[in-house]
Design a protein around this ligand. Sequence first.
Ligand code: GLU
Length: 402
Amino acid sequence: MGFIADRMSRIKPSPTVAVTAKANELKAQGVDVIGLGAGEPDFDTPDHIKEAGCKAIAEGKTKYGPPPGILPLREAICRKFERDNGLTYTPDQISVGCGGKQTIFNAMQATVNPGDEVIIPAPYWVSYTDIALLCEGAPVVIDCPAEAGFKLTPDQLRAAVTPKTKWLMLNSPSNPTGACYTRDELKALAAVLLEEANAHVHVMTDDMYEHIVYDGFEFSTIAEAEPALFGRTLTLNGLSKAYSMTGWRLGYAAGDAELIKQMNKLNSQSVTSPATFVQWAGVAALDGDHSFLAERNAVFKQRRDLVVSMLNAAEGLECLTPEGAFYVYPSCAGVIGKKTPDGTVIDGDEAFVKYLLEAEGVACVHGEAFGLSPYFRISYATSTEALEEACTRIQRACEKLS
Ligand code: GLU
């Protein structure tokens, strides 16, 4: 019997966090690395939000907060749901957490018994599967390749449900692909869950990238697309991406009051609550001016277009144009089996990403980490100049393969 608990052998460190740390480490050593690994906007937190955080500290709002989150924040979250999504929640249906990740963690801890199945369309954000595994759940991963627009179909969903299914995990706009489900697509998935045989399945929808959409795409979330699923849906969101508040760690969930109560109980026995002054900054973010979003999205869109066109010009790569988030997920099928100048065979997306880092100093995340190969993820939430340089290097790296 080892000292470390068995459950730790079921999971690995977050690959997205690991790639970011590796790129930063190389940079600190003076290596010329362009980091396209982190899913983190390069924009700063807007001033009015920072000021609200500083003001809260100055006013002494630095004591323990209540485990569900401070009431003014939960009220602001309710206003947000009403305003943006036409969803009516009350504060007792809201739980705040230290980022989206902890909120998902709480939701699964509160619901997943050993062997319970969690349907996770792949490619998926790296932490969904590992959080389910930590809870002794069984991730049921369904491949949704580029040909399917990286989206789950109603038939795939119907075939995946078993009596043990607890959750369907949705994430739109998606990390890592940027793919977005339309309202009709969500309605079609919801229709499957409304079938009598599937009445036991709940939906966890991670809407973290809600505000980062392009080309007039209209964001929709499943509890709004299909009101009959409202009571079976846990709607997750957070401040990290839209408000460039990644390091503040603030996420939230809205759903059935009993589930929320259990999630709050977990907060009370773990983190107590996110930092109180951070929550006050969250109130300013949610209630404040949102005009910066359109400006930032316009920049993201230019970058997306640049990256997609430069990647499609690289030998062996193919890249879809996503409607949201700040990621692209190009296929590298065309370089698999080729050799690098030093004779190494590219035998998968991990080898390709390693080659990009070693040969050209470009850090990306391999597709296998997101459950679907052979692809890799690029985050274009970095400067346009850096992206242009990185894509030029990727093109050069691809040319050198034989
Ligand atoms: N969600 C971001 C990403 O995918 C941040 C890192 C993480 O928490 O995974 O890169």
